[in-house]
Design a protein around this ligand. Structure first.
Ligand code: AMP
Length: 425
C-alpha cells in the first residue's frame, strides 16, 4: 500500500518552521493589541456567497481557486480563501456595528486556495490580518499600514518595501475603467484568455497581468491615481503625508491593484527582496468601503490588511532569522522503584521556576537515557536513582561543565537555577 502523504499544496509545520511562524504571530498579535485591536475567530467555512459576492466574479480567487463543496443538506459551502468578508459578516451578525466605531479586530488562521503549488504558494496557507471597520478617515489607513510595518520591523526583517496606490471609488472608478478599456480594446485579440475575461468584469486586473502576451500592453495604460475624484485624491494625499510623518518609507506604485474587487481608494503591499516573482508579496491590504453593501449590509467603510505568514517565515529563514524550537533545559531521569512520581513533583517545582523540564519515563538503560537528554540539548540532567532517593536526594549533572553533585530534593530547583544561570552568563 503506498504511504499516506499530505495533499499537494498542503504541508506540515513543525520544528523551526513552527517556531518561526509562532514568533511572527506573537509579534503580530502584540502589535495589534498595543493599538487597541481585539481578536476574532470566524469559521473556516462559510456559505459560498460570502466569498462569491465579496471577492467578486471575474477574480481568480472566485473563478478558479475556491474549495467549494455541497454539505449533506445540499448547501453550497466554501473553505475561506481570505478572511475580510467573514470578519465583516461577523461585525454585523454580532452587532458590533451598534457600538463605538471604528471596531478594531485582528485574526489569524489558515486560508484555502486551489492555486498551482510552488515555493511560497500553497493551497492551505496561514494569514494574520486586521480590519478596522466603521470609519473612513485616511488616518485609519495609515494606522493599519503602520501596524503591519511595525510587525515586520519587530521581527528584524530587512528588505521590506511598501508599495502604495489609490484605485479610486464608486465616484471616479467608472470613468477610469472606461478609459482603461479604451486603451486595451484594440489589443483584445493579443491578450491572454484570463485578461479577455477580465476586460469586461474586472479591467483593473489587466494592469498586473504578468503574462508575456499582456505585460507589454501595460505601457501607456492610464494610471488610476491620475484619474481620482477630489475626495479620493485628498484621501490619498493625507495618507502619504501620514506615512512620511511616521517615517515609513514607501514607493508609489501606480500599477498596484488588488486582486479582490471590493477595494476602494488605498491599496498597498509589502514586498520582500529575497522572495522572487509573483511570490514576493509578504502581505497587502487596503480600503474596502464598498464591501458591506455588496454583502447586503448597510454601507460601512473599512480598511485592513492580511499578511502571508508562510512567506514571512520564508523571508526570515532566508535572512538567517529562523527561530529554534524550544529545547528542554532540564531532563529528569527516574531510575528507581517509585522514582517516577518523585520526578513529576520535582518537574513541577522546576517549571514553577520557569525552567523547561521533561521527565524521561522510558525504561531504557540510564546510559542511553543520558545520551538522549544530551541530544535534546538539556543543560541539566537530574537523576533519581536508588542510592540518591534513599538519602532524600538527587544527582544533578551539569551537562556543559560535566560536574555532578548530590543535592537534597528540596534544594534541586536552586541548584538547577544556579547551573542554568552560569550557562547563560
Ligand atoms: P491576498 O489576500 O491575495 O492579498 O494575500 C495576502 C497575502 O497572503 C499575500 O501577500 C501572501 O503573502 C499570502 N498568500 C496569498 N496566497 C497565498 C498562497 N497561495 N500561499 C501562500 N501565501 C499566500
Amino acid at each position: 500500500m503506498p504511504q499516506i502523504r499530505t495533499v499537494a499544496g498542503t504541508r506540515d509545520l513543525f520544528a523551526a518552521d513552527y517556531a518561526t511562524g509562532s514568533r511572527v504571530l506573537v509579534e503580530a498579535a502584540q502589535q495589534a493589541r498595543l493599538r487597541g485591536y481585539s481578536g476574532i475567530v470566524t469559521p473556516i467555512f462559510e456559505y459560498t456567497e460570502v466569498f462569491s459576492r465579496a471577492v467578486g466574479e471575474g477574480t481568480d480567487v472566485v473563478d478558479k481557486e475556491m474549495y467549494t463543496f455541497e454539505d449533506r443538506g445540499g448547501r453550497s459551502l466554501t473553505l475561506r480563501p481570505e478572511a475580510t468578508a467573514s470578519v465583516l459578516r461577523a461585525y454585523f451578525e454580532g452587532g458590533m456595528n451598534q457600538g463605538p466605531q471604528p471596531v478594531r479586530l485582528y485574526y489569524r488562521g489558515p486560508m484555502f486556495r486551489a492555486e498551482r503549488p510552488q515555493a511560497g504558494r500553497y493551497r492551505q496557507f496561514f494569514q494574520h490580518g486586521v480590519e478596522a471597520i466603521g470609519e473612513s478617515a485616511p488616518g485609519l489607513d495609515a494606522e493599519v499600514i503602520e501596524l503591519a510595518w511595525s510587525g515586520l520591523q519587530s521581527l528584524g526583517l530587512e528588505g521590506v518595501r511598501l508599495q502604495v496606490n489609490s484605485i479610486g471609488d464608486a465616484a471616479c472608478r467608472p470613468a477610469y475603467r472606461s478609459l482603461l478599456q479604451d486603451h486595451y480594446r484594440p489589443h483584445l485579440g493579443e491578450m491572454c484568455e484570463d485578461c479577455r475575461r477580465r476586460f469586461d468584469i474586472n479591467p483593473l486586473r489587466l494592469l498586473d497581468c504578468k503574462k508575456p502576451t499582456c505585460a507589454p500592453l501595460q505601457a501607456g495604460a492610464p494610471n488610476p491615481v491620475d484619474h481620482l475624484c477630489e475626495d479620493c485624491a485628498s484621501h490619498h494625499r493625507s495618507l502619504k503625508e501620514a506615512l512620511v510623518a511616521l517615517d515609513i518609507p514607501f514607493t508609489e506604485n501606480p500599477r498596484l491593484v488588488r486582486g479582490l474587487d471590493y477595494y476602494t481608494r488605498t491599496a498597498f503591499e509589502f514586498w520582500h527582496d529575497d522572495l522572487k516573482g509573483s511570490q514576493n508579496a509578504l502581505g497587502g491590504g487596503g480600503r474596502y468601503d464598498g464591501l458591506a453593501q455588496v454583502l447586503g449590509f448597510e454601507a460601512t467603510p473599512g480598511v485592513g490588511f492580511s499578511m502571508g505568514v508562510d512567506r514571512i517565515v520564508l523571508a526570515l529563514q532566508r535572512s538567517g532569522l529562523s527561530a529554534a524550537p524550544p529545547g528542554a533545559a532540564v531532563a529528569i531521569l527516574p531510575a528507581a522503584e517509585g522514582a517516577a512520581v518523585q520526578a513529576m513533583r520535582l518537574a513541577s517545582d522546576l517549571r514553577l521556576s520557569g525552567h523547561v523540564t521533561v521527565v524521561d519515563h522510558g525504561s531504557r538503560s540510564l546510559k542511553s537515557r543520558m545520551r538522549q537528554a544530551q541530544k535534546m540539548g538539556a543543560a541539566v540532567v537530574v537523576i533519581l536513582g536508588e542510592t540518591e532517593l534513599s538519602a532524600g536526594a538527587a544527582a544533578v549533572r551539569d551537562m556543559a561543565g560535566g560536574g555532578q553533585e548530590e543535592v537534597q530534593l528540596g534544594a534541586v530547583a536552586q541548584s538547577v537555577s544556579a547551573i542554568l544561570e552560569r550557562g547563560a552568563a
